[in-house]
Structure formats: structure tokens, C-alpha cells
Design a protein around this ligand. Sequence first.
Ligand code: MV4
Length: 445
Amino acid sequence: MFKKILIANRGEIALRVIRTCREMGIKTVAVYSTADKDSLHVKFADEAVCIGKPASSDSYLNVPAIMAAAEITNADAIHPGYGFLAENANFAEICGKYNIKFIGPTADMIRKMGDKITAKETMIAAGVPCVPGSGGLLESVEHALKLAPEVGYPVILKATAGGGGKGMRIVWSEEELEKAFDNAKTEAAASFKNDGLYMEKFVEEPRHIEIQIAGDQFGTVCHMSERDCSIQRRHQKLVEESPSPFMTPELRTKMGEAAIKAAAAINYESVGTVEFLVDKHRNFYFMEMNTRIQVEHCVTEEVITFDLIKEQIKIAAGIPISGKNYEPTMHAIECRINAEDPYNDFRPSPGLIKILHTPGGHGVRVDSHIYAGYTIPPYYDSMIAKIIAVAQTREEAINTMERALSEYVIEGIKTTIPFHQQLMKNAKFREGDFTTKFIESFELE
Ligand code: MV4
């Protein structure tokens, strides 16, 4: 087992990793930017190294500074968390060159899933259902114009280097295609330095359901059931839950098997997530695979009573997994609390937290790095906490969440708490009747 892990991240996920390391008897090294010198991850780690100025490019993305921090502290592994360098294949490779274990998949696995056309080709070859479309790159707008009627309008253009909605355009008819093609190409080039596009049939009003998987270094892969992440706004998830209210035992078996096939096709090592679109007839299609631990991993941890970070570290250390699949035994819902003003287009609201009271009690887990007197810096993601409510049934979990939200006092900044309070009361949400379009038409009182 590792003796010392450097956490190349900040905020709640850095803290999350530090906590599991402590339970496992592993020493921890925090790295931090000058803006984060008073952060909890710095205080809770055994050692801490400043790696640069506030901008991410100078600190949490500063590979030479992070490698130097790992060398001087004698860390034998690096946990990348999510975001920042978590899906950077070059970084994973550099860790290997320094003889430091990257806690995640190999560079080759990250690359295979990072390029969406390659990923889709791999999935089709493995027999994982995919949305029909161009297959490969669109060579030109003429090529797109010829293909679209064959695929059938509406179609969606996606960036092969993309993910998360950037460089994506929905096209309802031939008249819109040329402009959408040019816009998607320009956006993809600017965002990813790769303007490659592909086309798919547009699946209308889908649910976003993802399957948590784990694979070890010996070729064993298992699934840990689903999370429903359909409650999103501008491709940012706001609420996640498990089990999905749309799930059936048959669909879980089928999607679980497909996710295992997806991971096994690249000999996946580490924990990961296979994202699917699910249409109203419960047809499901591979969307992308996330080769990292995700923000919403906690809902799975709560419904299967399992520490996913511990599993991820054990896999990286070469310990085999059991190979059995996991079914949810509880219901868990997570609300992401962001330092944003939900009454003002979710505008970021960084600043000093003057008063804080964190909810607790039966069935409530709060993962957060904030404290009274802490100043949320403006340079990073605005998520400041995750509340996870756990109960025997969905209805009880929602009631527990409402109770927890009502106890949460954060003064000094605006947060998304009022948004979540209204969502938990919404009849359609309570019925489990929602798709990825739900938030578009959700109005705050
Ligand atoms: C789609 C789709 C409909 N049909 N692909 C959004 C982000 C990126 N990962 C893929 N996305 C979508 N791909 C086809 N063929 C609809 C979306 C989509 C979406 C997916 C999940 C959650 C929220 C979404 C919001 C808008 C569009």
C-alpha cells in the first residue's frame, strides 16, 4: 500500500481524499495556490506545499510545480480528484516517468475515452448501444448535409474532443445545418484546439443515467448501479440521485452489463462512470465515459454503503476487487450547494462566510470545505458543499433533504439553497417525472 499520497486538487474533493487516506493509515500532502492558503485541505493534510499563484494554470494545472512537490515530500502516489488534471493523459504519463502512481486509469485508457469518436468506435465494436450517426469525422459541411437526412432530423453535432456540451449544436432542419456546423467547429477549435465534429440522431427529452463501475489491474470489472443526473442547468449537474426513479430491475441489469462491456473493452483500471442517454421507451445509448472519480460519487457510496475512494486507492495499489455487482439498498439524493445567486442567473457569489451552521442528524451527509470566517475565492468552481440525504425510500430521502436544507445557514454570500428548497417541493420532481429539459422550464418563486 502507498505510504504517502499527494492530492493534486482543492476544496471538498481534496478533503474527501484526505479523510479516506487517514482511515487507511496513509500520509497526505496537500498542494495549494496562494489563494487557498487558509483552506481546510491545507489544514487537514499532514503536509502542504504552495504550488503557485491563484490562477489554475499557475497552480492546480502547473505540472512541474506539482511534480516538484511530490518529489520533495517523497509521495509515492498522486490522487487527481476531479477536474484539473484528472483526465489529462500527459499528466498520468509524467507521473509514471517519475515513478509516482497516478491514482486513476493509464494514459492510454484516458486517451481512448477522451476522443469521443474513438470512444464510440470502441463501444460499437464491443456491442455497447450507441446513437446512430456519422460514425467518424464530418469531412465538410457538404458531407454533413448529405448525411443528415440519412440519420434523420433532428440531428446533433458534437466535438470529438468535447464532452459537457461545448462545441455541440442541435439541428432541426437542413436550413440550420450550415450555420450550426460553422459555429460548432469554431467553438470546438477555441475550446479544445481540435475542431473535429461528428453527427448523431438527436434523442429528444432524454434522461441522463450513468453507471458507476470499477475495474482492477487483473481484468475484473463490476458495476455499482446507476445515478440519475437529469437535473442539470447548462450542462452543470445540480441534483443527482440513486436509484433513478426511472429505473427497472431489467433496465439496471442491461445497463450494468453494457457499462461493464464498455469498461472491459479498454481493460479499464480504476473507478469510472459510463454515461448513457435513456429515451422515454427505456432505450439507452452510450454517451461518454468519465475516467475519474466524479462529484456525485457520494450518492452511490450511500446506497451501496461503500467507500469508492478507498476502492480507487486499493485498485491503484494492485489489490484485486471482489468482482460482484452492487444493487442499491437505500435511496440517496445529492444537492450541490454553489456560491451562486439563483435569482440572478446563477451568477457566482464568492466572498466571506460570516455565519455558518451545517445540517446534520440521521440520514444527512455534508461534504464541504467551508467554515465560518472562510473566504470563497473567485478563481475556481463555485461548488462549496454537497448535501447527501439517505433514507429507505425516495420520498423519505426528499423529506430528509428538505429538513437538511432548512437547517443550513450560510451568511455573507448567496447560495443555491433556495433553488433546491423549491425543487424538493416541486410535484413533478417528487413524482420522479423529469428529463434533462426539466430545469429549462423550472421557475423560481
Ligand atoms: C445528446 C443529446 C441528445 N441526443 N446526444 C450533452 C452533453 C454531452 N455529454 C452530450 N449531451 C447530449 N447529447 C444525442 N444524440 C442530448 C444531450 C444533452 C444533455 C445530456 C445529458 C444531460 C443534459 C443534457 C442537456 C442538453 C443536451
